[in-house]
Design a binder for this molecule. Structure first.
Ligand code: CP3
Length: 361
C-alpha cells in the first residue's frame, strides 16, 4: 500500500518549499538522555546488541516521537557499522567510546580493504529501515513523519578506521594523510563507494531523506578539507539515487566546524547543509542564497539552562534565519546524554510556536 505522509514539513523545508512552521528533529534524538532508551538498551545487553536487532532499533527510534512532536524520525544505528562490515571488528567497551580490533595502519591493511556487500553485511540496518517505516505507518497507510537514513562521511569513517578509536588530535590518521596521501586517497575512494552503496540501499529500503555526518571534517586544514573530505562527500552525493517511489529523496551533509567552507559545501550537490552553533544562520543564508536549505544550529548545552532561556535561544536561532523557506531546526551537534528530557519538550514547543508567529508576521 502506498503510504501518505501526515506530516511532510521536514521534507518540504529541505526542498525549500513553504511550510506552516519550522520543522525540528534532533541529532541523537534517540539515546541515553531518555530513561526508556536505557531500559531497552539494558534488555538488549549492549549498544551493538540494540543496533543490530531491528526490533529493538525500531523501538528506540520511535521513543522520542512518543514524547515530543518531532517532525522526523532518524534510523537508530551508528556510523561505525560500515567499517564493522568491512571486517574491522567494532566494539564498545563499557564507559568508553568505540574501538576497532583491526585498525587500518599499513599498506597491506589498505590493500586488503574492500567495499562490503551491503545486503549480506548490513542487512540488519535495511531490515530496521523497513521495520521503522511500518511502525510509523497506521492501518490506513498514513505515515506520521518521514524517516531519515544516514552514514558517516568517507573522511570521518577513515578517522575511526585508522585511529582504531576516537581521538583528541587525530595524530595517526593525519600522519598517514601527510606521509602517504596515496594510501589515504585509496581508503577514501573505497569508503565513498561503500557509503554510496549503503545509502542507496537505505533509500531502496524506505529512507525518505539521507544525511552524511562529517563530524571530523572540521579537524582538517583549509585546502586539505576540500581534497580529503569534501571531494569524497561529493563522490558519494553524485552516486546517490535521488528519487524513490516517485518522491525526491533530499540529501543533507553536516561538517562540524565547516562554517568557514559553507559556499564550497553548498556546491557539492546536496539539498541541505547542517551547521553547528558557531555560524549565524541569517548570514549563512545570505552566503548560499536559495541554493540549499540549512539545518541547525542551537548549541546543545543551551538545554541545560532554565526553560525560559531555552525558549529565548530557540527564538534567537529562528529569528536569525528569518521568514524564508528552507530551514530545518536542529541542534548544532548531538544532544548530550545528561540533557533533562523536559527541556526538549520546551524546545520543540517553542520552535513550533515561534516559527508560526514569524510566518504570521
Ligand atoms: O541521531 C540519532 O538518534 C540516531 C542514532 C545515531 C547514533 N550515532 C547512536 C549512538 C547516530 C546518527 C550516530 C552517529 C555517530 N556515531 C556519529 C556522527 C554524529 C556525531 O555525533 O558526531 C559518530 C561520530 C558516531 C560514533 C560513535 N558512536 C561514538 C563516538 C560513540 C560513543 C560516544 C557516545 O556518544 O556515546 C557512539 C555510540 C552511540 N551511537 C550511542 C548512541 C545512542 C551511545 C551508545 C550507548 O548507548 O552506550
Amino acid at each position: 500500500m502506498p503510504s501518505t505522509l501526515l506530516n511532510d514539513t521536514f521534507l518540504r523545508a529541505l526542498l525549500r518549499e513553504p511550510t506552516d512552521y519550522t520543522p525540528i528533529w534532533l541529532m541523537r534524538q534517540a539515546g541515553r538522555y531518555l530513561p526508556e532508551y536505557n531500559a531497552t538498551r539494558g534488555r538488549a545487553g549492549s549498544f551493538l546488541g540494540l543496533a543490530k536487532n531491528p526490533d529493538y532499533a525500531t523501538e528506540v527510534t520511535l521513543q522520542p516521537l512518543e514524547r515530543f512532536p518531532l517532525d522526523a524520525a532518524i534510523l537508530f544505528s551508528d556510523i561505525l557499522t560500515v567499517p564493522d562490515a568491512m571486517g574491522l571488528g567494532l566494539s564498545f567497551a563499557a564507559g568508553e567510546g568505540p574501538r576497532f580490533a583491526h585498525p587500518v595502519r599499513t599498506e597491506q591493511d589498505v590493500a586488503r580493504l574492500r567495499v562490503p556487500d551491503i545486503e549480506s553485511t548490513l542487512g540488519y540496518v535495511l531490515d530496521a529501515v523497513k521495520s521503522i517505516r511500518r511502525a510509523l505507518t497506521d492501518a490506513e497507510g498514513r505515515q506520521r513523519v518521514p524517516l531519515i537514513g544516514f552514514s558517516g562521511s568517507p573522511w570521518t569513517l577513515a578517522c575511526y578506521m585508522i585511529e582504531g578509536a576516537g581521538s583528541d588530535d587525530f595524530r595517526t590518521v593525519k600522519s598517514m594523510l601527510y606521509a602517504r596521501p596515496d594510501l589515504m586517497h585509496r581508503i577514501l575512494e573505497i569508503n565513498a563507494e561503500a557509503v554510496a552503496a549503503y545509502l542507496n540501499a537505505q533509500i531502496a529500503a524506505g529512507a525518505q531523506a539521507v544525511m552524511i555526518f562529517d563530524t571530523w571534517g572540521g579537524a582538517l586544514a583549509d585546502g586539505i578539507f576540500q581534497r580529503f573530505s569534501l571531494h569524497y562527500i561529493d563522490a558519494v552525493v553524485r552516486r546517490l539515487v535521488r528519487e524513490h517511489d516517485g518522491a525526491r529523496v533530499p540529501v543533507i551533509t553536516f561538517t562540524k566546524g565547516g562554517g568557514l567552507w559553507l559556499e564550497e559545501i553548498a556546491a557539492c550537490g546536496v539539498d541541505a547543509v547542517g551547521l553547528d552553533w558557531t555560524v549565524n544562520l541569517g548570514r549563512a543564508r545570505e552566503r548560499v542564497g536559495a541554493r540549499v536549505a540549512l539545518q541547525g544550529n542551537l548549541d546543545p548545552t543551551v538545554l541545560f539552562a532554565p526553560p525560559e532561556a531555552v525558549r529565548a535561544q530557540a527564538r534567537a536561532v529562528l529569528d536569525s534565519y528569518g521568514n524564508h523557506p528552507g530551514h530545518v531546526f536542529n541542534l548544532g551537534h548531538g544532544i548530550s546524554q545528561f540533557t533533562p528530557p523536559e527541556q526538549v519538550a520546551e524546545l520543540v514547543d517553542e520552535v513550533h510556536r515561534h516559527s508560526r508567529a514569524i510566518r504570521a508576521g
